[in-house]
Design a protein around this ligand. Structure first.
Ligand code: FE2
Length: 288
């Protein structure tokens, strides 16, 4: 049974052209859970916090996973791909060698809420061609939980309450090297849930509504709202929702154990590779 080993609170950050967000992983240099590099939550009812969006910008060397809870996000990339993410939709983008894109919130009023997660790629996949997929909410399986609540399975395969489900990403037909499990859990008030995970994988939780306690029944510790809880090794994660219930993300994946050198939107293994990425972007060869 895993327990909390570290709580990473979020800090207020601003990115893109001034989008206000909360950042846990990635808020300081070296503060990541291999292979998860960054987790941002954007959440605002005030369009001035998000309308400027994320105009054209590059990525190289990793994957970005955008999950929208409220609002709309339009994206366009240098390949001419366009899409509009609606509530419940996910975009899983493998930037790899390079992508140049924009991510722009669409609405002029109302709530915008969602997450962007960065997942590292192994050294031998950092320069493969870019690839991405938009996953509509209807393609994300939902498991009803016996103790109350539900689990959405965005990536990987999980067994909960005697039922198994596989998300649209990291399937047995198309496994990813990091073998990620990405769940969005909604637990009813005081509900308990035990989630089996691969023993060798790193894992963390992020509570975005309510509060949860994590760990063995007699030794659970509290994971507050809007904080990432990094977990010890083990074969399962036990979660108890607080009196108002809890909504949280659960992430687990195989660590890469490779050097991480990051410069803004480029994540490589060496400083020389970063200099190459900057040079490639300047000269228009990032995505060539
Ligand atoms: Fe981006």
């Amino acid at each position: 049974m895993r327990s909390l080993t570290r709580v990473i609170p979020t800090i207020a950050a601003s990115d893109g052209a001034g989008v206000k967000l909360r950042r846990s992983l990635g808020s300081q240099r070296g503060l990541y859970v291999d292979p998860f590099l960054m987790l941002d939550e954007f959440y605002s009812d005030d369009p001035s916090d998000y309308l400027a969006g994320f105009p054209s910008h590059p990525h190289r060397g990793f994957e970005t996973v955008t999950y929208i809870l409220d609002g709309h996000m339009r994206h366009e990339d240098h390949l001419g791909n366009r899409g509009d993410l609606a509530p419940g939709d996910v975009q899983w983008m493998t930037a790899a060698r390079g992508i140049i894109h924009s991510e722009m919130p669409q609405q002029t009023r109302g709530r915008m809420r969602g997450f962007q997660l960065w997942i590292n790629l192994p050294a031998n996949e950092k320069m493969k061609p870019a690839h991405y997929r938009d996953i509509p909410a209807r393609d994300i399986p939902v498991l009803e939980l016996p103790a109350g609540g539900r689990a959405k399975v965005i990536a990987g395969t999980v067994l909960l309450g005697g039922r198994s489900a596989s998300g649209p990403v990291n399937t047995s037909d198309a496994p990813l090297s990091t073998d990620p499990l990405y769940l969005d859990l909604q637990l009813s008030a005081l509900a308990e849930l035990t989630v089996p995970v691969q023993r060798a994988h790193n894992a963390f939780l992020y509570v975005y509504e309510g509060e949860a306690r994590v760990g063995p029944a007699q030794h659970a510790s509290t994971l507050p709202h809007r904080a990432a809880g990094v977990l010890t090794d083990g074969e399962s994660i036990r979660i108890e929702a607080g009196a108002r219930g809890a909504q949280l993300l659960l992430l687990a994946a195989r660590p890469l154990n490779e050097p991480v050198v990051q410069y803004g939107p480029f994540v490589m293994n060496t400083r020389q590779q970063i200099e190459q990425a900057v040079e490639d972007y300047r000269s228009g060869r990032l995505t060539a």
